[in-house]
Design a protein around this ligand. Structure first.
Ligand code: PLP
Length: 393
């Protein structure tokens, strides 16, 4: 038996482990110190009441003979597909229910979709970015090339016509940079993908954080995107589902490559390797799209965005360059005094007892940058910001 040798090509997943080790070592050496974490990539607010109510009601249904459910639909239950379709209608995007696939979150869907693509495709990945795009392709032995994000393009790289790519990743609002593409930028990517006969994998995991109504919240708000884009979305950050697990993937019927409809291939893949998201969870997810659930989730998002504003306002006061924080829970800042990402990490930990995430962990272009997140507690965010201001003023 031979193992998949591509695994040897994966870089060590050292980023968050090293952060945790350094924080633990600091705490051991300084037991009385109050360390505040602004590096959390997980939500901290509990599930909204409407979601919990729906989840509990569905759990009770599962215990009654008359309402018990066994295996569900491979694409998800129609009640949730319809709720998602209605949500897209509100964005001006018309979807058929069969174009919506309910899954257990964006991470697995982003990895699993690669089953329908040939290994010899060239993948174009922005740098810096969410590491899952790179690692899932390395595991499959697929060649990846990178599109540079930097301060010059505000971490929103645009296509280079001279580069040939087959599979293109775009994440907007972006993790880790918090940068959000406008319609003109996304149109350039859609036109480029169509000219290359490529497919765009659009990660919209943070779409619910967009407050500026001129910014797109779905790639399908861009003309032509329904012929070349798959969109991945998640309730993790939208509604606190990181531990509950539910997301959806949109594969329009118009996506056709080499005579094959991608929607049919994806359905075939799902029906072979996936038996659906739990009924109880899909009912909880449905509640996110009810007027009550929608309002409750938006209150939580507004809280996180309030944290982001506190951080952003402070960085402006300190004249530190940053992206994100307005339509995103992430703030991506240039390390002051030309420190490297890890030097700044150590400096903040030791001198202010504040923890963030070194940008270099998200790709080579992240060197010299640093990610802060807005998922913490307001009081802690305010205290952390005060400490950083004292240190850097
Ligand atoms: N996409 C991006 C850009 C993310 O940052 C994350 C989670 O941090 C995910 C996808 C994964 O989301 P999920 O919890 O739905 O798997």
């Amino acid at each position: 038996m031979k193992i998949n040798a591509n695994f040897f090509n994966l870089k060590d997943d050292y980023l968050f482990a090293t952060v945790a080790d350094k924080v633990a070592a600091y705490k051991r050496a300084n037991p009385g110190k109050d360390v505040i974490r602004l590096g959390i990539g997980d939500v901290t607010l509990p599930l909204p009441p409407a979601v919990v109510k729906a989840m509990a009601a569905a759990a009770l249904e599962m215990g009654q003979g008359a309402t018990f459910r066994g295996y569900g639909e491979y694409r998800g239950y129609p009640f949730l597909q319809e709720a998602v379709a209605k949500y897209y209608e509100g964005k001006g995007v018309a979807l058929e229910d069969s174009e919506i696939f309910i899954g257990d979150g964006a991470k697995s869907e982003l990895g699993n979709i690669l089953d329908v693509f040939d290994k010899d495709n060239t993948v174009l990945i922005p740098d810096p970015v969410y590491p899952v795009y790179v690692d899932t392709n390395v595991m499959a032995g697929r060649r990846a090339i990178f599109q540079d994000g930097n301060a010059g393009n505000a971490f929103l790289p645009l296509p280079d016509e001279s580069v040939k790519a087959d599979i293109i990743y775009i994440c907007s609002p972006n993790n880790p940079t918090g940068a959000v593409y406008g319609k003109a930028g996304l149109k350039k990517w859609v036109d480029y993908a169509r000219a290359q006969n490529a497919v765009i994998l659009f990660d919209a995991a943070y779409e619910a954080f967009v407050r500026d109504s001129s910014l797109p919240t779905s790639i399908y708000q861009i003309e032509g995107a329904d012929t070349c884009c798959i969109e991945f979305c998640s309730l993790s950050k939208t509604a606190g589902f990181t531990g509950t697990r539910c997301g959806y993937t949109v594969v329009p019927h118009k996506l056709k490559y080499g005579g094959a409809e991608l929607n049919k291939l994806w359905y075939r893949r799902q029906s072979t390797k996936f038996n659906g998201t739990a009924y109880v969870i899909q009912r909880a997810a449905e509640a996110v799209f009810t007027p009550e659930g929608f309002d409750e989730t938006r209150v939580n998002i507004a809280y996180y965005l309030g944290n982001a504003k506190v951080i952003g306002d402070s960085l402006k006061k300190l004249s530190i360059w940053f992206t994100g924080g307005e339509n995103s829970p992430y703030i991506w800042l240039k390390c002051p005094n030309n420190l490297t990402s890890w030097e700044f990490f150590d400096f903040l930990l030791n001198e202010a007892n504040v923890v963030g995430t070194p940008g270099v962990g998200f790709g080579k272009n992240g060197e010299g940058f640093f990610r802060l997140t807005a998922f913490g507690d307001r009081e802690n965010v305010v205290r952390a910001v005060e400490r950083v201001e004292r240190l850097l003023s």
